[in-house]
Write a protein that binds this ligand. Sequence first.
Ligand code: FES
Length: 127
Amino acid sequence: MLGRFPQGAAPLTERLTATPAGVSLGALDQIADGAARSFVLELLAGRFHGFVVRCGHEVFGYLDKCPHLGLPLAQKLDDYVAAGQIACSWHGALFDIATGACLVGPCYGAGLTPWPVRVEAGTIVTA
Ligand code: FES
């Protein structure tokens, strides 16, 4: 049976846990300082779900998957940060923005999966 994808290719719904370097995610200024934004990248190999938190001129990216139950952290669009920490909306886990380490909650001692990103000339790019 012929499918939508070439033989041997993964379907687009495959969940990816990493992205290639050099993918532009848009201007740093699209994210307010101290806030976050969700990104979904559709790549040939599948779909990647991540988010980026901005702290001044720095950015920190993570896979959008809580280490507790594997759910996306935010239930409302871009709602990842509360009181200066990354917050999971399901069971209240809190994570350090710079390291992704769980500080409080049911996955204490675990951490978010880093998504390497950086700022280049005012644009966020995957690293
Ligand atoms: S799924 Fe994130 S704290 Fe439970």
